[in-house]
Structure formats: C-alpha cells, structure tokens
Design a protein around this ligand. Structure first.
Ligand SMILES: C[S@@+](CC[C@H](N)C(=O)[O-])C[C@H]1O[C@@H](n2cnc3c(N)ncnc32)[C@H](O)[C@@H]1O
Length: 273
C-alpha cells in the first residue's frame, strides 16, 4: 500500500461500519478487496520494475510465484512470457485474482507455511506484503519457504516499507483520497513493538450523501535493512538493494527493493518437487 498526495475529507457521516481486524495477525483484506484495484491505480511501475530485474538477471526465466498476490493485478502484468502462480490468504482478494487470471494457479495459503510441491525461477513479494507479517520470526519462516521453492540461481525479488518511511507516515496527518464516488482515509499510528497500525477507512458512497464505512486495521512491521540482509545472506546472494529512484536503499528510503539470487537449491526438496 502506498499513499501519494493528501487532500481533505468532506464526506457526510458514515451510516454503518464494518470493522475487520486481523486473522491470527494477518490482515483479512475482506472489505478492502472490492476497492483495492481502484485505489492502487496503475500497477505498471511495479510490473516494469520486476520485468526489468528478470531481463537483467535471469532472462531465461520461465516460471514466477508471487507471495501475497492480492487481486492478481501484478501477476496479470507478468503473465506474458512467464508461467505465473499466486498465493494469498484473503479469499476476497483471491476471488478478484481469479477473475483477472483465468486458468492461473492461485492458492489460498499463508506465505509463512505453504508447500506447493514445485520450484520456481523467480519468487516475488511486492507492495510491502512482507511488512504485513507481524514478527521477524514470520519473516524468517517466509524466507525459508522461498528457499524451499526457488530453483538454483533463481531470483527472489521483494520490497519493503522502511522503518524511516513508517515513522514518517506515523508522524504525518491522515492520507485522504477520493476515488470515483468514494473516499479513502488512511492513518498510520505510532508503532507498538515495531508494528505500525494502518487504520484504513473506505467511505463507499451508496446514494447521494449516504456512505457505508468499511474499516480495516492492517499492521506493518518495520525491520532495519541490515537485519533483513543478514537473515538472507547464508542462502541468497544480494544483486541489488535500491530505492524507488535506483539509488542505494537505506533505512530512510521510502521503499527498498531487493533482488537476491538463490545460492543453491536447499537440500530440503519442495514436497513433490
Ligand atoms: C498490500 S497487498 C499486495 C497485493 C499485491 N502483491 C499487489 O501488489 O497488488 C498485501 C497482500 O498480502 C496478503 N497477505 C498478507 N499476509 C499474508 C500471509 N501471511 N499469507 C498470505 N497472504 C498474505 C493480503 O491478503 C494482501 O492481499
């Protein structure tokens, strides 16, 4: 997720509220799903970024797995020339992905625990999906799953919101945006044990000045980049770690994009693979 410009909310009072919290620490994205693509807008920048990394570092790649594929908008942009697979925990997000990606393998699973019985040339996890895992142990579990599902010399491409960015968002006023007839209000609060709560409210205009409120709380864990790198180094070789503008990423960058190469396929076989 990523707020851009700010504006002012002038909507009428909401009539109803649906509070959706966490499912074992995992955001459900239940209400968010139906608005997600409208809110996130053009996904070409991230699609082109991933395509560029694959062209540069593994031009012969044939298969790609996205962890936390959401509505499948990014996967849809990568499906030309790659056999794509997606995993997500939210049934609502996966339902949208199924509509985007007929015939594509989409699996409902937790990205810290899945076993697909296959290895992939490229594994991606983008748009701060990794930050959604609420503990560093969960990040380590996810890295272990990547290790078990990535082909030898395969690419692991992911991004994170940095600690610096999450702190800046927490200090800033709420982000407000009108999209179509509806309004989004996102407010990031100060971290509790490293997890920054994102309070996401969507005011769905149902008629005239009447709105239905959809409310989700999404936690994002901030982790120093050096800690991420230290955890990955034994199994992965760093190819690049850059910010949005291609400069070396640091803990004050807005977003950090990592590209790692799998050193060797781990001795643990992907089940059935
Ligand atoms: C910010 S969205 C990104 C979606 C997609 N990657 C994109 O760029 O549009 C994060 C997604 O991660 C999923 N997610 C969060 N935690 C998860 C977990 N533990 N296992 C599987 N999916 C998870 C959410 O359901 C949501 O669809």
């Amino acid at each position: 997720m990523g707020p851009g410009a700010t504006g002012a909310f002038r909507g009428s009072s909401p009539r109803a509220s649906t509070a959706v919290g966490h499912d074992g620490g995992v955001p459900a994205y239940a209400d968010f799903a139906k608005f997600y693509d409208q809110i996130m807008g053009d996904r070409n920048p991230v699609i082109e970024r991933v395509r560029g990394y694959v062209r540069r570092y593994l031009p012969d790649a044939g298969s790609l797995l996205e962890l936390g594929c959401g509505t499948g908008a990014v996967l849809a942009g990568l499906a030309d020339g790659l056999q794509v697979t997606g995993i997500d925990l939210s049934p609502q997000m996966l339902a949208a992905a199924t509509a985007h990606l007929p015939g594509v393998r989409l699996v409902r699973a937790d990205i810290t625990e899945f076993s697909l019985g296959a290895r992939f040339d490229v594994v991606i996890c983008v748009f701060d999906t990794l930050n959604h895992l609420p503990t560093f142990d969960a990040w380590l579990a996810m890295f272990g799953r990547v290790d078990a599902h990535l082909a030898e010399s395969g690419l692991f491409i992911f991004d994170v919101n940095t600690v610096g960015r999450l702190r800046r968002l927490a200090a800033a006023p709420a982000y407000v945006e009108d999209f179509g007839p509806h309004t989004l209000v996102m407010d990031v609060a100060t971290s509790e044990g490293g997890v920054f709560p994102w309070d996401v409210r969507i005011f769905e205009r149902v008629e005239g000045n009447q709105f239905r409120l959809h409310h989700e709380l999404i936690g994002e864990l901030g982790v120093p980049l050096a800690r991420i790198h230290d955890a990955l180094t034994p199994r992965f070789e760093l190819l690049e770690a850059t910010d949005t503008h291609g400069r070396p990423a640091n803990d004050e960058s807005d977003r950090a994009y990592f590209v790692y190469r799998h050193r060797t396929a781990s001795s643990e076989e992907a089940p059935g693979g």
